[in-house]
Design a binder for this molecule. Structure first.
Ligand code: AHR
Length: 495
């Protein structure tokens, strides 16, 4: 079938926002304990954090990390996690019915972020706690000249941590959340906490909770009501989305980037409508701070979890098709680089994660690791606004969608062009041509692809069978021809 990608260097969405390559560490399952942190591990550093995981996190290229939850934060006492480790209490975390040992807490995590060179973003508990505790937490982390700042210094950190981005609670629209609220209740809390945080430091970036997914019955109305109350004090509104082949509908699943695209567009429209009605000249941006593939149909629910420390919870194993979907979701985020302020793949290690670990054993890359790492590594400069003409695929969930989904970045400083695209058909291979004449003289540097004849192939510990491999492309004059097999993700680098 015929298809064509049109690229022109003057058509730009905007500068690539590096915070789109964010990740998420929650005290959940084995993300923290035996994930990033395992003091007895052969590769553990002096602080008890795994060196093999640290190395893979660097290779992944994550730029910002959300912590400590997630649902966990809504029943978290941050004080439990600071100070001498032997004095830290053991608690029952009600979000995930797990024993929280508090051996990792705020200072330990922020120090890890500093060593990794990743910007942290913190969430406050607005479920079982509220304004007073949130302000004290902020003071402990960022304050100076106060008793809480002295306490932080006594715990080993003199300098304020200077955390810029703060999430005002987590998924407060969800009935599963400890302390779940109505939009009116939460809007008021977000306004009050936002006000206090701004008084503390007006340069903070505050994230109000948006919807837990686009299918929530309150979606849309929630964003409107929350922002009507809090738009003057918040900068971003969150969005969360997890995708899976619902009821075995792989066709729609492969096209789920469409859902994320519509999600972003409708939240942006809602925020703009509130700004217009409130007559404030403010562009609220989106913090897509949880997204990924998650086979929720396989999860038996929180109440079925056997209480224990670091349970092996939701350790989804991903295949080639899932990697293509992850790549397509990153493409959507980049296409909205002018409106998405940050995005966090949920989560980083073991729980629905690109990195897996064996306790006392190796760390390994899941299939979804690769599109993330390669996009973070090679997307540079400005995001270009492509025009893509391709056959359409009929999906039950989204109607007809383009078979090719893509984006590109152009770095004016180096002349590097990177094209990212997927063929999201289950069956149909495709070739596409790209007219590069408007870009002047360019050469192919590399074409990497994630694709296997069997899209259900996964990686396992000790056998990372799925990884990037050379793709097929040819440059004839200024016409680039790309071969895109069914269910494939591509990164084509030119210079
Ligand atoms: O990432 C797993 C969970 O998904 C988070 O704790 C919660 O915020 C979301 O529902």
């Amino acid at each position: 079938a015929e298809s064509q990608i049109t690229i022109h260097p003057s058509y730009r969405v905007g500068p690539l926002n590096r915070r789109l390559f964010g990740t998420f560490v929650e005290h959940m399952g084995r993300c923290v304990y035996t994930g990033i942190y395992e003091p007895g591990h052969a590769t553990a550093d002096a602080h008890g954090f795994r060196g093999d995981v640290a190395e893979l996190v660097r290779e992944l290229g994550a730029t910002i990390v959300r912590y400590p939850g997630g649902n966990f934060v809504s029943n978290y006492k941050w004080e439990d996690g600071v100070g001498p480790k032997e004095q830290r209490p053991r608690r029952l975390d009600l979000a995930w019915r797990s024993i929280e040992t508090n051996q990792v807490g705020t200072d330990d995590f922020l120090a890890w972020c500093e060593r990794q060179g990743i910007e942290p973003m913190l969430a406050v508990n607005l479920g079982t706690r509220g304004l007073e505790d949130a302000v004290e937490y902020l003071d402990y982390v960022n304050g100076s000249g106060t008793t809480l700042a002295d306490q932080r210094a006594a715990n080993g950190r003199e300098e304020p941590w200077g955390v810029k981005v703060w999430c005002l609670g987590n998924e407060m629209d969800g009935p599963w959340q400890m302390g779940h609220m109505t939009a009116a209740e939460y809007g008021r809390v977000a306004e009050e906490v936002g006000n206090a945080f701004r008084r503390f430091d007006d340069s903070l970036e505050l994230v109000a909770c948006g919807s837990s997914n686009r299918l929530m019955p309150t979606f849309g109305a929630w964003e409107r009501e929350v922002l009507e109350r809090s738009i003057h004090v918040v900068d971003h509104i969150s969005a969360h989305a997890y995708y899976e082949p619902i009821g075995g509908d792989t066709t729609s699943y492969l096209a789920c980037a469409e859902d994320m695209d519509r999600f972003i567009t409708s939240v942006a429209a809602t925020a703009d409508a509130v700004a217009a009605a409130r007559k404030v000249d403010k562009l609220v941006t989106i913090s897509f701070d949880e997204w990924n593939v998650w086979f929720q149909e396989r999860f038996d629910g929180e109440n079925a979890i056997q209480v224990q420390e670091a349970p092996p919870l939701i350790q989804d194993v991903y295949d080639v098709a899932d990697a293509v979907v992850v790549g397509s979701l990153l493409i959507t985020l980049m296409r909205h680089t002018d409106r998405v302020a940050m995005a966090c793949q949920a989560q980083l290690v073991n729980i629905i994660a690109p990195i897996r670990t064996e306790p006392d054993g190796p760390a390994w890359r899941q299939t979804i690791f690769h599109p993330f790492a390669l996009t973070s590594r090679y997307a540079r400069g400005d995001v270009l606004d492509l025009r893509i003409a391709s056959p359409t695929i009929d999906t039950a969930a989204f109607g007809p969608v383009d078979q090719i989904w893509g984006t590109a970045t152009l770095d004016d400083a180096t002349g590097d062009l990177a094209i990212f695209c997927v063929n999201r058909s289950e069956r149909d291979d495709l070739t596409t041509s790209v007219d590069l004449a408007p870009l002047g003289n360019v050469e192919i540097v590399e074409h990497l692809m994630v694709h296997e004849d069997d899209p259900s192939l996964t990686n396992v510990a000790g056998d990372e069978r799925v990884g990037p491999k050379p793709g097929r492309s040819a440059l004839d004059g200024s016409t680039l021809t790309l071969t895109l097999p069914a269910v494939s993700w591509h990164c084509i680098r030119l210079s």
